[in-house]
Ligand binder design. Structure first.
Ligand SMILES: [Zn+2]
Length: 328
């Protein structure tokens, strides 16, 4: 594994091994698929992975004014994977949809008439998605794996690509960028890859969740402020949802098998719930008189940040749903 400009460059096999070793405290329940459009195949010369990744970071930081490169991973035409933003931080990739997501940028222009995706890149994309599904313990579906195209550009509302959308990850991305193309072309490849990996989904048990309520919080090796910073995960960040596996003296243990503790003082307990209605309106206030700003579908996962009567706030922003359509 090579390292340059603070990015790591890996083959699929190296990525599989690397993912096993990393600890991610932030709860991740969605993988986003994008294409870079520019740079595309004509900007890649077979060996300039780091330079292209650095140029994307500079564009995101200098032109977009972001804190870092937007994506967590870039997948190149030769099937090589390059890391970007820290997995502990939410991506800057789909407006209002980034909180619990992991963002993959596939290098190329996969609109019809653009680049023809190489076999190596296609195989790497499928493998990376399968490896991440296994890592985070979720079943692949159009809720856990999403295309940028399915969300409105201006407000992030999911409209399946029916007006005001980017074509990303491309009108020719694995047969097309629609949900139906995903179901028919992309999803079966991911499921097939998972079978090869002896996929065992980790069913989350009745555990507690907490939101980080301070800009950055140190992760320590013992439930005590005078102990070392963890080598596994040094810090967790504001807004991240953390799984609590144990508690002691107002400290939370946040890893099943490693000594990673955070002070509970800087967190807020949140509850996890699943949407039971076929379609559930998300409103910008705690009553049905408020405007519907988004919809959720049956089976989607939400976190309860706050409660007002029968209404549940499901994010840092004003996003409310009726509790009767949730199951805890
Ligand atoms: Zn995109």
């Amino acid at each position: 594994m090579e390292n340059k400009y603070s990015f790591y460059k890996m083959t699929v096999d190296e990525f599989r091994d690397w993912v096993k070793t990393i600890r991610i405290s932030r709860t991740i329940n969605q993988i986003q698929q994008h294409h870079t459009y520019i740079p595309n195949y004509k900007h890649f010369n077979g060996s300039n992975h780091f330079e292209r990744q650095k140029a994307m970071k500079e564009c995101h930081v200098q032109q977009n004014g972001w804190a870092d490169i937007g994506q967590h991973l870039s997948i190149f035409p030769d099937g090589t994977i390059v890391t970007g933003r820290s997995f502990e931080k939410s991506p800057a990739c789909i407006s209002f949809q980034n909180a619990h997501a992991l963002c993959i940028e596939n290098v190329g222009n996969f609109d019809i008439g653009g680049d023809i995706m190489t076999k190596q890149q296609a195989n790497a994309i499928i493998a990376v998605v399968a490896i991440l599904c296994k890592k985070f313990g979720f079943q692949p579906s159009d809720k856990t794996i999403v295309y940028h195209h399915w969300f409105r550009l201006d407000n992030g509302v999911r409209n399946e690509g029916n007006g005001c959308n980017k074509s990303c990850p491309g009108t020719n991305f694995f047969g097309g960028n629609k949900v139906s193309n995903f179901q028919k072309e992309f999803l079966p490849l991911v499921i097939n890859e998972l079978d090869k990996q002896e996929y065992r989904p980790v069913i989350p048990t009745n555990c507690d969740y907490a939101m980080i309520n301070i800009q950055a919080l140190n992760v320590r090796t013992r439930p005590n402020v005078n102990t070392n910073i963890s080598q596994e995960v040094a810090k967790v960040y504001f807004g991240s949802i953390i799984r609590v596996v144990d508690t002691k003296d107002n400290w939370y243990k946040i890893s099943q098998d490693k000594d990673c503790w955070i002070s509970a003082k800087y967190t807020k307990k949140v509850k996890r719930a699943i949407v039971t209605a076929l379609i559930l309106n998300v409103r910008n206030g705690a009553s049905s008189e408020y405007e519907s700003i988004n919809i959720l579908k049956q089976g989607e996962e939400v976190f309860e940040y706050e409660k007002k009567g029968n209404w549940i706030k499901i994010g840092l922003e004003d996003k409310w749903v009726n509790q009767q359509y949730l199951q805890y």
